[in-house]
Design a protein around this ligand. Structure first.
Ligand code: ZN
Length: 424
């Protein structure tokens, strides 16, 4: 059947003023990328990159735009609306409502130019169902690596998502259960967090419990990541061989910030990734500042809370800058649409990493190849290299010089197909 063979051998040639490979290399000027079906076939200068003789090829010239890899967000929560709804409220919603929310968010995220994500925790079976729905063509969204549910102590942060486990045996069983359901990695909750019943300054799991989880995950070839909202949590996770430290807050049990060179040395030694999630804090502060503003004369107490939150973020920015300087591997993961961080605005997190100290090319790479490597998707996503999935993005401007160009999305390609984004 000719129609089938034509479909099986589809070439698309994209050209533009520049191409950025996502690894921090200098841009290729007058660039082209040849897509063969769902894969990248060739990348280079437009004078060199051509379709095979006689092949039928669709050519799209993007003029003075940039071709870059689809962005990779290492940290999402697809069941959350991102409009300030507290997670405790999100956690009480019915699964079918959360699934609809997740469908809406995954489309928004894909349309914004993020073509791969790591989902950091949802309720019950919702994200497994979402991924199956996308595979069946019932919904659209980025490629996703899933934890399903975060593993947490009874009453711990995100307990409402349905994976409470206490003691070595329950933790081991929960890890096995998640892998059985389709988890690609294991998300652990090592301290409290924004969940009402939990205290972010206190560790939740013991080192022994964490170690059981990482050993079990690693035994099945799965990575681990852990929520750490205070220093003891970071230390416990390093003792337990966790692969990615999320948030990486250095406050002690009394809430005092002190930069921890000892923990930074251990992060380097372990070659662990840090996902600092900076903009989600900024978004919360911005929203809260509006509340303080509208409170008028009643504001002094609120103003003190706002000042405290600003100081907390300043400390995290300072710690990130020092960790970057020390050579700790930083990945861009937004944490959106958690809290006040709306979906589809991943670029904010890349900009915050740049504000904290990464150069523009390094910040760009942290949201592309770096993020992909950090979540075990480096062979698939985050780089414009022959053989990778043809997930890419066309933006106006030059994001290697000005990261804000990432907002100016012209087109998104997923598996070699231009994503139909409708009237924007
Ligand atoms: Zn999170």
């Amino acid at each position: 059947m000719t129609s089938t063979s034509a479909k099986d051998d589809r070439f698309t040639l994209l050209t533009a003023s520049r191409l950025i490979d996502g690894e921090g290399n200098p841009a290729i000027e007058d660039a082209a990328v040849l897509i063969h079906n769902d894969r990248i076939e060739l990348v280079g200068s437009s004078t060199e990159v051509r379709a095979p003789d006689g092949a039928e090829v669709e050519v799209v010239d993007y003029g003075d735009a940039s071709i870059v890899p689809g962005m990779v967000d290492a940290h999402t929560h697809l069941v959350s609306p991102g409009d300030g709804t507290p997670s405790d409220v999100v956690g009480q919603e019915k699964d079918d409502i959360l699934l609809m929310q997740a469908i809406k968010n995954s489309r928004t995220i894909l349309h914004s130019g993020v073509t791969s994500i790591r989902e950091n925790g949802a309720k019950n079976h919702v994200t497994f169902s979402l991924r199956e729905g996308i595979e069946r063509g019932l919904a659209v969204g980025p490629k996703m690596t899933l934890c399903g549910r975060p593993v947490t102590i009874t009453g711990g942060h995100m307990w409402y998502f349905g994976a409470e486990a206490d003691g070595a045996d329950e933790v081991r069983k929960q890890v096995r259960q998640l892998i059985k359901e389709g988890a690609d990695y294991i998300k652990l909750v090592a301290t409290g967090g924004s969940t009402r019943e939990s205290n972010p300054l206190l560790p939740s799991y013991t080192v022994d419990e964490l170690r059981v989880a990482t050993e079990e995950a690693h035994h099945f070839g799965k990575l681990t990541a852990a929520h750490c909202a205070s220093a003891q949590g970071v230390q416990n996770c390093l003792d337990a061989d966790v692969d990615m430290i999320v948030h990486c807050v250095f406050e002690d049990a009394q809430g005092r910030y002190e930069y921890r060179p000892d923990l930074v040395d251990r992060l380097l030694e372990a070659d662990a990734w840090v996902n600092p999630t900076l903009y989600v804090a900024q978004a919360g502060i911005d929203r809260f500042a509006e509340v303080v503003e509208s409170a008028g004369d009643d504001a002094p107490a609120l103003q003190a809370v706002l000042d405290e939150r600003r100081r907390g973020l300043d400390n995290r920015m300072e710690a990130c800058g020092r960790m970057m300087e020390a050579g700790v591997k930083m990945t861009a993961g937004s944490d959106s649409p958690w809290g006040d961080y709306a979906p589809g605005e991943f670029v904010h997190e890349v900009l915050m990493l740049s504000d904290a100290g990464l150069s523009a090319p390094d910040a760009l790479a942290s949201g592309m190849s770096g993020a992909a490597d950090s979540i075990g998707m480096g062979d698939i996503s985050g780089r414009l290299v022959a053989g990778r999935s043809a997930d890419l993005l066309v933006v106006n401007g030059d994001p290697s010089k000005d990261l804000k160009a990432l907002w100016n999305v012209v087109d998104v390609y997923q598996d070699g197909n231009r994503v139909e984004r409708g009237v924007l």
